[in-house]
Design a protein around this ligand. Sequence first.
Ligand code: BG6
Length: 486
Amino acid sequence: MQHSPFVIIIFGGTGDLAQNKLFPALFSLYRQKQLGDSFYIVGFARRPFTDEEYRDLIKRQLKAGGKWEAFAKHLYYEQGVFDEEAGYNSLITRLNGFDSEVGACITRLFYLATPPDHYETILGFLKSTTLSEGCGQGSGKWTRMAIEKPFGKNLETAKSLDRTLTDLFDEKQIYRVDHYLAKETVQNMLAFRFANGIFEPVWNSEYIDHVQVTFAEKEGVRTRGKFFDGVGILRDVAQNHLLQLVATVAMEQPMSFTKEEVRNARAKAIQSIRCIEPEEVYKSVVHGQYLGYTKENQVADDSQTETFVAMKFFVETPRFSEVPFYVRAGKKMPKDEVVIHVVFKQTCHILFKEFGCPEIGNVLTIRIQPNEGIGLRVIAKRPFGMAQDLQPGSKLALGTVDMHFTYQDEFGGRGADAYERLLLDILSGDQMLFNRSDELESSWEFVTKILLGFDLDPKEITKYEQGSWGPADAAKLIEQDGRRWL
Ligand code: BG6
């Protein structure tokens, strides 16, 4: 695909997100010839680098091979302190230079990849320096704004940030990023649910017993201690990625496969999540911190920030009333795994009780990563004469069988990386996989009440062993309902 000439200005150009997600995606797109020839990437950050030094820094990080030299020619660096005007002024000169080089006003994409406390400041300077207006048009027509999560720290700050943003830009210029929306398997959920007629009739409380979502990461906070300590896992992944995964399970069929309708359906699903009231928080929410967290670089010695959270809640739609959702997210877990299990009600006991029904019957598993794919567990009769557990005199033994497909096996690949997809969508002006304000407000309302509950009745945070599945109470949360984490 060829784009019109563009420039991406990455605020936080030396940060974790730029180095680990944005540059790998941009370089990969370049190698796939998806960026065209006429583009510029400007890293904007505090440390003093020349363009050459910046290119070397990114090269080392990417361990870049083939085509690097050609790609590197598109990279530039602008030194600037976020709360001082000077850097923005040099940026203007630089961007005007690109316009003259191309001989036209090129699309400017401002990408906020800094810690969130800088957002309002940067937006303020984009306004006061008129950078937000693009190439002297005054209409903002040529600028786009991408903003990373966490979008705010609670409902109030999220709303205020959104006001600042929408004051400066039209809605069609704003891309509120949640990269989980661009993961292949997350999108495949829509195709899976709504293109296959066999699932829709059973996708409701009559057939579904409960839903589980696990977002587990083996890593701790790595080099992001300072950022993470001010945020915690509720804001870092639960408010956004986790609730978006819930939305893909809970949403109704969009009226059409268009940006507005898909966003409407997602927003409605998130809005329907019943809030956990602050006074009740400890009944439905368990939080914990991995042992050794307070020794991590730039983490406070007495930090009470949660690195794990497990929650039980309901989605108040006719389809899902009374179906519990159990969701958990944690750092320093036993493995990397992001997975959704839709657990169906057991019917085996109606006919086969005395033959020993498996504890859990049908489970639909949507594996977001790794080994992206979908699986279905069914109950089957074990072959006669081969079943080890056949009781003397009994005629039947039952067991479970897993049927599954993976993207790798079936399609020979996992599809585009989420950031590649997002960047291409921004460049082509497609907002379907980006958050709208109402989705964000509902998810923040939910998370803010939980945070309020912790503040109302602060309890010493429970520590858990690294490599475990979090505090024991997380298991109790589901086991007290006669279920267990899969
Ligand atoms: C980010 C969070 O949004 O998502 C990180 O800030 C988390 O804490 C990351 O590790 C996980 O993303 P992915 O794509 O690596 O699963």
